[in-house]
Write a protein that binds this ligand. Structure first.
Ligand code: ADP
Ligand code: MG
Length: 695
């Protein structure tokens, strides 16, 4: 027999919840009594005191009690029932648009009526529309001794039904045999002055009236903080757990040959920076272990992550293993394909390319080469892992620009590519410098390497913020720029993530620019073009057969044309700072001066100006990300650009991210001293959802 703790009890054990209500509650993610306990109120009502009518304020909700003076049915206009009540201080109208005859007959003059509702100005002074009401003999019957919770609902579940269910759930918690287990160690509770779990839940569902001031102004009560803390902790523990589980697998051991590596590096057209060398050494030391590597390489745009991945690939190849490189866009995948093909041209490694677009015979040939091992490196988009691609001996997975994929996709990949009991090493690369506190949630399952140095000779991009009325000047500048044999980008953005609209805007801009700049050769790339078309244009741009490339934000990642040193970004106010920084990273790749013009649509708010000024002042991705976080809040910074975000039950990153820095030490404490708490905590907060792919 399992102990009947709340997490084992289905909601149907509660009185009043049958299978139909249970099915409806599932829509709110509520399956067990425990889930009900964590279904917190959206807000509270104060029915802890009866307010004198004369003191009511419009816009607030209140409990009042008065004697009925009259009840009238009004037929003119929209039919309604008006009931007038009065207490010693004044009188108030109650207005009902939906009513039955019995209802209006119940409201007899002289009876004592209690009601709760929102006060507003009506035709005859203050009124309440459709208040909750109750005939009483004694006003005291109305008064509740706690604040009244208002819960999020779903169709078919009423406020009173869910209140009843949660009341029962809370009562169960007060009995020792059905109490909810508190998995936070007492020392932690003491350290942060958090209440016990049971107290926290009782407080949040039924706060004492003296908390009303705090609650109504949205302050975080210790009770709430404790739950948020626990939820963050559970997510962190889940990621760590996933890491440990993955590390228990056997990985292929790469025995690298120093001479081959040296020769490869010597053939590169540049010298590796110290930071690149350091990160390569970290990767090499991971890959000669029996456990799979899980390493994140963070490096600002242009810091040279790709070549680091190429050296890692070399290590795998030398030991007879294959390498898969996954990029978020086709454009970037193609770019990598070209680079890798070049870098590995002098070796006997075959580099192949795979996207969803590859069909028929070509696809078959590629698949065959992968399956029989004749292809050493495969580069592609997520099609690499979605389609039925079989590897001969996959030893390393590289995921580039991982922030574009999201946590879940990344975790799902861990299950791929295993063969003869071995799991491939994973190298994950990102240019989005996630502020440290947020990294705690996103990447706590990864070892982190940072490339904190740009290749020598890079000059910072000079950024200017220009109102779109000065478009003519900008166009003149392009003309002059191109006359000096240099190239430029014009990036079109839109608020909507709608690709169609973005592409239309880019098409219109191209026409407009072609008219204004008859002597400039203009190319256009956008997300809806066929891969071959995009490729042709990009190739033309690279070969300097085209001077100005009009593009949507598809060029955000991966495009690398050093001669293109001028970028105009239209409507930059629509994008996040980190994304703008990423875009701007397309210029400043050569050793000549380069410029980024942010062509905003006036009028721009003060905050908008402030945001763009940050870009003007800094070329450092980390600084920009931190400022972005300050200005926009973590939800935006992490949310808008990422798919598959972590879903929280209670925590709100906007409100609670300040708690994140407490999480890592707490997780360590639990790991060392209270390992039995790990599974129950994960179960409680993450439950059956497969977010953290069990590996
Ligand atoms: P990112 O880190 O943004 O992915 P890339 O790998 O695309 O950067 O590198 C940007 C450019 O810098 C590429 O043209 C690449 O060949 C070049 N590069 C990389 N490492 C060095 C280096 N050590 N010295 C000079 N150029 C380099
Ligand atoms: Mg890159």
């Amino acid at each position: 027999m399992t102990h009947p703790e709340p997490h084992n009890l289905p909601v149907t054990t509660l009185t009043g919840i049958g299978s139909q209500s249970a099915a409806r509650l599932e829509k709110l993610g509520i399956h067990t009594v425990q889930d009900l306990l964590f279904h917190l109120p959206l807000r509270y009502q104060d029915r802890s005191r009866i307010q004198p009518i004369a003191q009511l304020l419009p816009g607030t909700s209140a409990l009042v009690c008065g004697t009925i003076e009259f009840t009238d049915t009004i037929q003119r206009g929209r039919p309604s029932v008006i009931c007038r009540i009065a207490d010693a201080s004044g009188s108030l109208s109650l207005r009902f648009f939906h009513f039955s005859v019995q209802q209006s007959q119940q409201l007899k003059p002289g009876s004592l009526l209690g009601c709760f509702g929102e006060i507003r100005y009506g035709y005859n002074g203050l009124e309440m529309v459709h208040p909750e009401y109750k005939l009483v003999s004694d006003p005291e019957q109305l008064v509740e001794n706690t604040l009244t919770p208002v819960y999020p609902l779903t169709e078919g579940v009423s406020q009173s039904a869910i209140r009843k269910a949660i009341k029962q759930a809370l009562a169960l918690c007060l009995q020792s045999d059905t109490a909810i287990a508190d998995w936070l160690p007492a020392s932690l509770l003491e350290q942060y002055r958090y209440p016990s779990l049971n107290d926290a839940l009782q407080t949040l569902h039924n706060p004492p009236p003296d908390l009303s001031a705090e609650l109504f102004c949205g302050a975080s009560l210790p009770a709430l903080k404790r739950l948020v803390f626990e939820e963050f902790l559970a997510h962190h523990l889940a990621l760590l757990q996933g890491k440990l589980a993955y590390k228990r697998w056997q990985a292929p051991i790469f025995n690298s040959n120093a001479a081959t590596k040296q020769a490869f590096i010597a053939r590169l057209p540049f010298q590796l920076t110290n930071a690149q060398q350091r990160v390569i050494a970290e990767i090499a030391s991971d890959c000669c272990q029996e456990q799979p590597m899980l390493r994140l390489v963070q490096g600002d745009v242009g810091s040279g992550k790709t070549v680091v991945a190429a050296v890692a690939a070399l290590l795998a190849l030398e030991s007879g293993y294959q390498v898969a490189v996954m990029a978020p866009t086709e454009l970037l995948a193609e770019q990598h394909f070209r680079n890798f093909s070049q870098w590995f041209a002098d070796t006997d490694t075959q580099v192949v390319f795979l996207t969803g677009q590859l069909k028929g015979k070509a696809r078959q040939t590629t698949s065959q080469a992968l399956a029989d091992g004749s292809a050493g490196i495969i580069i592609g988009t997520h099609a690499l892992f979605q389609e039925s691609v079989h590897f001969h001996k996959l030893g390393l997975i590289v995921i580039d620009e991982q922030h574009r994929f999201g946590v879940h996709q990344r975790l799902a990949l861990r299950e791929k590519g295993q063969h003869s009991g071995l799991r491939p090493h994973q190298l994950i690369m990102t240019a989005t410098p996630i502020p440290r506190t947020l990294a705690m949630l996103q990447y706590s399952d990864l070892d982190i390497s940072i490339i904190d140095e740009l290749p020598p000779g890079r000059k910072p991009v000079t950024t200017s913020v220009i109102a779109s009325e000065r478009r003519e000047e900008v166009i003149a500048r392009i003309e002059h720029w191109v006359s000096e044999k240099r190239q430029a980008y014009w990036v079109c953005t839109l608020i909507e993530e709608s690709e169609v609209l973005q592409c239309e805007a880019a098409e219109k801009t191209t026409i407009y620019l072609s008219e204004s700049l008859p002597n400039v050769r203009i190319g256009l790339v956008h997300g809806r073009m066929k891969a071959a078309e995009k490729d042709a244009i990009m190739q033309a741009f690279k070969n300097r057969e085209c001077d100005l490339l009009v593009a949507t934000t598809v060029i955000e990642v991966g495009v690398d044309v050093p001669n293109a040193g001028l970028m105009i970004i239209e409507n930059p106010e629509r994008l996040g700072l980190s994304q703008l920084h990423q875009l701007r990273g397309r210029v400043g790749r050569g050793n000549q001066d380069s410029y980024c013009l942010l062509l905003y649509q006036a009028p721009l708010s003060q905050a908008g100006k402030q945001r763009l000024a940050i870009l003007k002042e800094s070329n450092d991705g980390f600084v920009i990300a931190e400022k972005d976080l300050e200005l926009r809040g973590p939800g935006e910074v992490m949310g808008t650009r990422q798919t598959g975000q972590i879903q929280f039950k209670i925590a709100d990153l906007e409100r609670d991210s300040y708690l994140l820095e407490l999480i890592a030490p707490a997780a360590q404490l639990i790991h060392q001293q209270y390992p039995a708490a790990i599974q129950p905590l994960i179960q409680r907060w993450i439950g059956h959802s497969r977010h953290y792919a069990e590996v």
